[in-house]
Ligand binder design. Sequence first.
Ligand SMILES: NC(=O)c1ccc[n+]([C@@H]2O[C@H](COP(=O)([O-])OP(=O)(O)OC[C@H]3O[C@@H](n4cnc5c(N)ncnc54)[C@H](O)[C@@H]3O)[C@@H](O)[C@H]2O)c1
Length: 286
Amino acid sequence: MPSDTIKTVGVLGAGTMGNGIAHVFARAGYKVILRDVENRFLDRGMETIGKNLDREVKKGRITEADKPAILTRIDATTDTSKLAAADFVVEAVPEQLDLKVRVLKEADAVLRPGAILASNTSSISITQLAAQTSRPERFIGMHFMNPVPVMALVEVIRGLATSDDTFDTTMSLCETLEKKPVAVNDAPGFVSNRVLMPMINEAAFCVMEGVATPEAVDAVMKTGMNHPMGPLELADFIGLDVSVDILDVLFKGFGDSKYRACPLLRKYVAAGWLGRKSGRGFYKYS
Ligand SMILES: NC(=O)c1ccc[n+]([C@@H]2O[C@H](COP(=O)([O-])OP(=O)(O)OC[C@H]3O[C@@H](n4cnc5c(N)ncnc54)[C@H](O)[C@@H]3O)[C@@H](O)[C@H]2O)c1
């Protein structure tokens, strides 16, 4: 059931996370304005949503008739002015500070004063992003996990100025999406990446130092610690470039050498071995 106060949701960026976020809002009954810079990115995002909805029909999560109804709730557009109709906006453009600030300022200028702006950033300070807008008290972090239609967690991050009302609204909104929100405060890497990335980094050091092969490292963590994926499989899934970027944010944010990125990760990134998306990382993908 959609929320009482929020009916229309804007999503900025139709990439990996943006199309998943649009999917879960539309599935829950919200009208969605999905904005990207070019029609080809919107087409690709809508195609992914269609395929993921087909998968949900097969699994019995939704019915055949739900699919067209969900798709018609999404207005895919390159027009920022359409965001004026949104009650809540989630930004999911690439993890670059300058780009995020520009996109958030554009949305801030169009949105009505009471609307809430959320960022799906993995690592950039929510307090810093909020300060670039006219609504720091109505700004919050909403960190969905990939793949969004499948993963239950949303890490909800309060910036320094985030109001109680914005926080409560965002937590309830997550519940209407059938997600599990977990509240954390703003700090480098929040909780998810602060805990996950050092594990991935240590796994890479084990391979670099010849302690074990990637297969052996992953087998230890899957079989011994009950992790569904080994840390190196997971790093390939996330992207080794993304992992290095997040480690750099942790290293810079805390000034602590325990977060320095493993040189083997940097070497793979320099070679273009970015993980699944490039066909090779710790493993090869066909
Ligand atoms: N990929 C993940 O596993 C993951 C997980 C959690 C959080 N995140 C975060 O989500 C955000 C998006 O990541 P992603 O993996 O979806 O990236 P992506 O590159 O797949 O998608 C980004 C999309 O934003 C679009 N875009 C660029 N400039 C834009 C603009 N001015 N206005 C609107 N759209 C614009 C791009 O065309 C692209 O379609 C990042 O902040 C990332 O850190 C990613």
